[in-house]
Design a protein around this ligand. Structure first.
Ligand code: F6R
Length: 616
């Protein structure tokens, strides 16, 4: 997804902008650009299709220096990936803009601005912003006043950064539906769509809120809220080491993040477990009171986070006895939903900025409780400063740390931990959860980081299994019960990064259709913990073998399964059945990783995908 970096300083900021863009590469993009106000007082830019390294090469061939500038990585929404569509966009030689998000009324604006004599040089919605601003600047003579006047005419979602050759002492920003953060320095200040881009230059940040406009100067920042009133936004010190954005000894961020899981699961549990129960206050001061009223749960999320929600449905109904529905946010947000009384709305998101999930939360909040609305909203999220966290009543922050690989790994397992904590907390408050079982699960959760470490130690075994996929084009993933969503997640990982077509089915569905696909060219991956569904699963696997299908089975070491002709069994550490979905995810992540490495794909930035999907 698009990324923004901006800077105003007393030094040449080109390296800061380029380094910032490099740090945002993980979000996915197709072109990059930078615009600076040069020492001659003119705006100049370089733009390139492809990676930031192409832009760097262009800057080496034709250097550009300045003390005020903006930069962008673009993920095409309006107009193909091309140099003319890449940001920054100019209006004449006076004004430059970079933009994340979508301007919905861009066609109408384009016609109006053309009528006023503006000449468009791109197919983007963003170019309407820069000409509209120029028009307002002509009328008002001041950049901040021009931006304030233009904003009400822009419909849609945006994070904007603006510079003008006429007013070289300021960098302007506006936020509505797309995050922006100001990085605070000494005698210099910065702007980005994600603080990760700025950790190289500062550890003090100011987060803009919805509707904010900011004027950033070298010696200070002025913010106005949506109503136009001057406001003070708090400056927050960031603590985690900047090294989080490095690959360290690993070849890819994805592998590093898979191996971080014991540590980040441990962190996600810290401070949230009592001796034999979950600390309900971990969800916020009003959690106990609210949880007591919950009669239903509605989970909404996208992609991998949706799979976490699917697992939680099994847990919530089995352990807490609370009816639960799960839906993908892009469907939920446009559907007329019948809300059961006293339903807790739960969103799950790594980034906390996914446009569909955020829109679903906003829709959910529109109706008041008691008038057909939700009781309250809760988010399980990895980014404490994100929009979903700010806009939800309650939150549980996962402690996965920055996830750079586009394919979500450690975010998923920590989400599952968060959702298990929620299940236990609801079960405790309602008295529906057996106390001995709660105590057993709390113990098991404490042991989970060790179990995850044991699963990671199977790295080399899984790498060997991956060779079976090198020449394959299709695969099936099977699971039963709460392992079905784990199979879905395994299939999603494989298709995302190796581009092998993978489908997941509840194993019992096999004979209702997909069995027709099974032959020697279709590897079938199965997760088989030692639970009451194991015997049924074994029969399903017989059905596959009888059709010549090659089986890869990740099975509990006590499940009594062994290697055989066309059957590859990987023995998993024994774990409580209810926590098995967390553990069995790990070998599936490793499998997709090693298949992708064998296929030579771009593991951390797979084609066509973006890390944080902040547009619809
Ligand atoms: C898959 C993946 C995506 C995200 C989805 C939701 O590996 O990363 O499917 O899970 O885009 O993103 P968040 O969790 O940030 O809301």
């Amino acid at each position: 997804m698009c990324g923004i970096v901006g800077a105003i300083a007393e030094r040449n900021i080109t390296p800061v902008l380029v380094e910032g863009l490099k740090r945002l590469e993980y979000r996915g993009y197709d072109s990059a650009g930078v615009a600076l106000l040069t020492e001659q007082g003119a705006l100049d830019r370089r733009r390139r299709v492809g990676k930031v390294s192409e832009l760097q090469a262009a800057l080496q061939a034709e250097p550009l220096a300045g003390r005020l500038g903006i930069a962008h990585t673009r993920w095409a929404t309006h107009g193909a990936p091309s140099e003319r569509n890449a940001h920054p966009h100019f209006s004449g030689q006076e004004l430059a803009v970079v933009h994340n998000g979508i301007i919905e009324n861009h066609e109408e604006l384009r016609e109006r601005l053309k009528g006023l004599g503006y000449v468009f040089t791109s197919d983007t919605d963003t170019e309407t912003i820069v000409h509209l601003l120029e028009h307002k600047l002509q009328q008002l003579g001041d950049l901040s006043a021009a931006l304030k006047a233009a904003i009400p005419e822009l419909h849609g979602a945006y994070g904007l950064a603006v510079i003008s050759a006429r007013q070289p002492d300021r960098l302007l920003a506006a936020r509505s539906g797309s995050p922006l953060v100001i990085g605070l320095g000494l005698g210099e200040n910065f702007l980005a769509s994600d603080q990760l881009a700025l950790r190289q230059v500062t550890d003090r940040f100011m987060y803009l809120e919805e509707g904010d406009i900011a004027e950033i100067r070298r010696d200070g920042v002025q913010v106005w809220d949506a109503a136009g009133n001057p406001v003070q936004r708090e400056a927050v010190q960031y603590h985690e080491g900047a090294e989080a954005a490095d690959k360290g000894e690993y070849r890819h961020f994805m592998l590093k993040e898979i191996h971080e899981q014991p540590k980040v699961v441990q962190r996600t549990l810290e401070g949230r477990l009592g001796s034999d129960h979950v600390l309900v206050q971990a969800f916020g001061p009003q959690a106990a009171e609210l949880f007591a009223k919950v009669k239903n749960v509605q989970i909404v999320a996208c992609g991998t986070s949706y799979h976490a929600g699917m697992v939680a449905r099994y847990w919530l109904e089995e352990l807490a006895g609370i009816p639960c529905q799960v839906e993908v946010a892009s469907e939920f947000r446009y559907r007329k939903v019948v809300v059961q009384p006293d339903t807790l709305f739960v969103s799950v998101s790594q980034s906390g900025e996914t446009a569909d999930t955020l829109a679903a939360l906003r829709n959910a909040k529109e109706q008041a409780p008691g008038q057909g609305g939700y009781l309250a909203s809760l988010v399980i999220c990895n980014v404490g400063t994100s929009s979903l966290v700010r806009e939800s009543d309650l939150c549980l922050l996962t402690q996965a740390g920055p996830e750079i690989g586009v394919a979500s790994t450690k975010a998923f397992t920590t989400q599952l931990v968060g959702l298990m904590l929620l299940t236990l907390a609801l079960g405790q408050v309602h008295g529906s959860l057996d106390k001995a079982l709660a105590a057993e699960l709390v113990d098991e959760l404490r042991r989970l980081p060790t179990r995850l470490g044991e699963a990671l130690a199977m790295d080399k075994t899984v790498e060997k299994i991956a060779e079976l996929f090198a020449e394959k084009h299709h695969s099936l993933f099977l699971g039963r019960g709460a392992q079905y969503p784990v199979a879905m997640e395994g299939a999603l990982k494989l298709k995302e990064i190796s581009y092998i077509h993978a489908e997941a089915y509840p194993a019992g569905e096999l004979k209702h259709g997909p069995l027709a696909l099974v032959d020697a060219d279709m590897p079938v991956v199965t997760v088989a913990p030692n639970n009451e569904l194991l015997e049924k699963l074994k029969s399903n696997l017989q059905e596959v073998r009888a059709r010549g299908g090659e089986l890869i089975v990740f099975a509990d070491q006590q499940a009594g399964m062994s290697n055989g002709e066309g059957t590859h069994v990987v023995a998993m550490p024994h774990i409580h059945d209810l926590l098995a979905p967390i553990l069995y995810t790990v070998p599936l992540q490793l499998l997709s990783y090693y298949v992708a490495v064998l296929k030579g794909t771009d593991v951390d930035q797979p084609r066509n995908l973006a890390k944080s999907v902040t547009v619809e």
